[in-house]
Design a protein around this ligand. Structure first.
Ligand SMILES: C[S@@+](CC[C@H](N)C(=O)[O-])C[C@H]1O[C@@H](n2cnc3c(N)ncnc32)[C@H](O)[C@@H]1O
Length: 234
């Protein structure tokens, strides 16, 4: 039931796919917990989203797509774009976000976006790229984001695991209560990226790439901020 439609899913991605499909069915959880931010209360989650949203502004009047939109916890915070759109591979997530936000929400894979070319002003993802199986998958995902982006638009990839901070990641994830989470999902590890992966992608497509370390973004209450960075390609 949870296998990849084209049979190419590797180990990490299929484990996470199962976890996400199950998680999005927990209807009694607050939205941000449904979307995986279990260690934060709602005020902290809202504060977490702010520097990322500020970076994407102006959003008013824009056509915005979120890749891996989940149940809509992040998207609900972004204000008033012209249109909201999102994809997620979990049908449960899409069912839920349709109840939360008026927009176009579709079950789809991040590497195959069901939208026409040049359709959006902003395409972003928050806490999604580290679930992918491989850099090849991520590459295809970025190419798809570029295809649906209007000329002059921007792609934002938030919450990217920094290859250079793997040791710190391991140390933080072995602490409680993370270790409890990991015991339930023993093989559920994450993908890491060098910053060069994004710089080189942008260079190949004659685009600009700006990267910010999340440790500099004033969100130290979020443990992931110490080993993650955020990317803008425009
Ligand atoms: C940590 S949650 C974040 C949800 C949302 N971005 C937010 O911040 O509220 C990650 C989401 O990415 C989705 N996801 C992970 N890998 C995906 C993929 N390859 N294609 C589509 N969705 C994916 C999961 O189903 C989950 O809803």
């Amino acid at each position: 039931m949870f296998d990849h439609p084209n049979g190419s899913d590797g180990c990490r991605a299929s484990i996470w796919r199962r976890i996400w499909n199950k998680k999005h069915t927990s209807v009694d959880l607050p939205l941000h917990k449904l979307d995986g931010f279990d260690l934060l209360n709602v005020e902290q989650f809202n504060a977490l989203t702010q520097p990322f949203i500020k970076w994407m502004e102006p959003i008013v009047g824009k056509d915005v797509l979120e890749v891996g939109c989940g149940s809509g916890a992040f998207l609900k915070n972004i204000g008033t774009p012209r249109t909201f759109s999102g994809i997620d591979y979990s049908q449960f997530a899409i069912d839920r976000i349709r109840k939360e936000i008026d927009g176009t929400f579709v079950v789809a894979e991040a590497n195959s976006l069901p939208f026409a070319a040049s359709h959006f002003d902003i395409v972003f993802s928050f806490g999604v790229f580290f679930y992918f199986d491989s850099l090849q998958y991520a590459q295809k995902c970025l190419l798809e984001q570029l295809r649906v982006l209007r000329p002059g638009g921007s792609i934002f990839v938030f919450e990217v695991n920094d290859e250079d901070k793997k040791a710190l990641y391991r140390q933080i994830r072995s602490d409680e209560p993370r270790s409890r989470i990991q015991q339930t999902h023993l093989k559920a590890d994450h993908l890491f990226y060098t910053k060069d992966f994004f710089y080189q992608f942008a260079q190949r497509h004659n685009l600009r790439c700006e990267i910010r370390d999340e440790s500099e973004m004033g969100i130290s209450f979020h443990s992931g901020a110490s080993y993650r960075y955020a990317v803008k390609i425009s």
